[in-house]
Design a protein around this ligand. Structure first.
Ligand code: CA2
Length: 148
């Protein structure tokens, strides 16, 4: 099973700027934990990070017929990007949306996600564990699909 892990804009700054909001963990550390868990779950992961909406959309389109699922933290594009939502809708690759923070208890503008309605589900508020739970969730979901 192959999962594409996608990190959206500014997540490359994790652990390097504003640790009071997003903590001290770096993106490399998150990716290392995901890689470890992926080995336990017997799945392969490819990780990308982009600050560009177009590059993320290109990656979603290219994921069709290549990856079994997508794990994404769309970051700020969560709240703004109809284009990202349309790409997920078009490729129909099962997707789990994750957020480090609980977007529902932050500013009003973060409460709405354009991605959530086209995702299998959303996990928010658990820091690194949001990603790890998200990886378990997408892998379990795909196993379930294959049994049907
Ligand atoms: O909680 C999350 O994971 C978010 O997706 C993070 C986004 C934010 O726009 C979403 O509303 C919630 C922001 C990611 C930016 O990360 C930074 C890390 C360090 C310094 C500055 C930004």
């Amino acid at each position: 099973m192959k999962i594409l892990v996608m990190h959206g804009p500014n997540l490359n700054l994790l652990g390097k700027r504003e640790p009071e909001i997003y903590g001290t963990l770096t993106l490399d550390q998150i990716n290392a934990s995901l890689t470890e868990l992926a080995a336990d779950l017997d799945c392969g992961i490819t990780v990308i990070q982009s600050n560009s909406e177009g590059s993320l959309i290109d990656a979603i389109q290219a994921a069709r017929d290549v990856y079994d699922g997508i794990l994404i933290n769309p970051a700020a594009y969560t709240h703004t990007s109809v284009a990202l939502r349309d790409a997920f809708s078009a490729v129909a690759v099962p997707t789990v949306e994750v957020h480090l923070s609980n977007i529902h208890r932050r500013e009003e503008f973060r409460r709405h996600s354009f991605v959530a309605p086209v995702a299998v589900g959303q996990i928010a508020g658990f820091g690194l564990d949001s990603y790890l739970l998200g990886l378990r969730a997408i892998v379990d979901y795909i196993h379930g699909m294959k049994q049907r």
